[in-house]
Design a protein around this ligand. Sequence first.
Ligand code: ADP
Ligand code: MG
Length: 588
Amino acid sequence: MTQIFDNPANFADEALDGFVAANRGYVARVDGGVVRSTEVPAGQVALVVGGGSGHYPAFAGLVGPGLAAGSACGNMFASPSAGQVYRVAKAANAGGGVLLSYGNYAGDVLHFGQAELRLKAEGIDTRTVLVTDDIASAPIDQIGKRRGIAGDLTVFKIAGAAAEAGLDLDAVEQLARRANYRTRSLGVAFDGCTLPGAGKPLFHVPAGQMSLGLGIHGEPGISEHPLPTASELAELLVSRLLEDKPDDAGHRVVAIVNGLGTVKYDELFLLFGKVEKLLTAAGLTVVEPECGELVTSLDMSGLSLTLLWLDEELERYWAAPADTPAFRKGNLAPRPRRELAGPEDAVAGDEELTTAAAAAMGRLAAAVLAQVRDVVVEHETELGRLDAVAGDGDHGIGMRRGVDAAAAAALDAAAAGASVQRVLMAAGEAWSERAGGTSGALWGSAVLAAGMMLGNKESYRDGDAASAVTAFVNAITTLGKAEPGDKTMVDALLPFRDAFLASSSGGATAAAALAAGAAAARKAAEDTASLRPLKGRARPLAEKSLGHPDPGAVSFGLIAARVSDYFNSELSDYSLLAGSAAGKGAQA
Ligand code: ADP
Ligand code: MG
């Protein structure tokens, strides 16, 4: 149980504030997480880590010289939003580029991925290395699908030490990738954990049982076993990890016995002693091991064993000093404190210069988003029903939450005189932050990407609309990675794009191209009824979904049709061509 809080809804935020208050020599609070409070040499690569809160010392506890430069901290067990990741990365960047590294979870991948696109669009060299150490979560031939658990530490440590040594972004990325490739973990759980304010645990392990490979948020494991003795447990963990060892494994390994929350240190040590004997008996040399709480899961009862197979270079960086609130190794000269700009200043460029004509364009963008909101509200119930066929039934409410926030943010920005770029970026950020769910993150990124592409201009040409459509679609396919035929919104999106671009390159106006695209999207959305879902939450119930269209494809078709109608009727006296900033919508 978690007892200490005022309002459980503020738990993660208040815990982070207190963590910063207790560690001011290491970290400073920025909007979305923390960054180092000490000086960082100019040009040093910034390792930015993060994920849901509730896993201390992951992730904020690992910020300091020799390790992370910043951590984006989401709500309890929930990914930080793309905006949070972006702001932390901006504040952490010292001019050497950014390496984003985090455990492979769908929400984190979407939000960190969106932040990466945004950082890159601003010219900040940004890379991503996902941690995929948990051997229970997918077989070895699907290693890229594995989730990240305590192996976060080995990957972050190697990357952070390489950055500290002054290596460039290419080299730091490559080392982090190699560390991840050579790291394996396996966990066991004896009981679940309880979110602050919740009346019961998130999941349970039956009394007297142990669950092998159960994920740190209760994701299904491999098997259940009667409680073993310590020797049996050590044998089980060591043998499973050795069976899964990387191809080029050597004989020197880092071993980490990690407590997940309520297992006492004495018990962890007892197990570690047995693990070490077994590894030595298997011909391995254990190098600078760790035993303690390094990646936890609130008050979960359980532990994990991690092995990192070293090579000479990895060993050097593993052994290098680090100095963070929760992880200290060797000696590092004390660092002077640095003056950090406030959270707002950290995201420079908040000032925007717009002309009256550019602001009129911004109001037009907000008017279009109001249309999008209206059509989602009209179809909210129907979209929820469609998602309930084989998904979790939240597509209507999720789209509603996202688009309400997006339209409101757009209106605020437009009222303040923002450009199309600012209006759409504010809307996209609000959308992914508030919607929750896969579709919200994808829609938010797409709107944001379209906004960045359209920029701050006084008028737009048809070619700009084509570029914006392409950016919109690319954001969704890059982040969601769905293929045509997977039965997702992509199956309506690609026909929309193709029809739009064909029509536009044939000389049609943007409004006419929109009409062609929308017609193609509506039809393609209906046609998804004959497909089986291969991505997203509906996948396990694929058969039930046959005969029903994909909810995300349907909502996209409806939105495309409404935007097209708006451009073709309400804005009929409005031309996207240069010099005509004064359509009806522009005054809305
Ligand atoms: P969640 O699936 O998280 O509950 P929603 O119910 O709001 O989110 O959205 C479901 C829709 O999201 C699906 O119908 C599908 O169109 C879309 N979707 C899911 N995963 C992907 C993906 N990887 N790429 C593109 N679209 C996706
Ligand atoms: Mg859903």
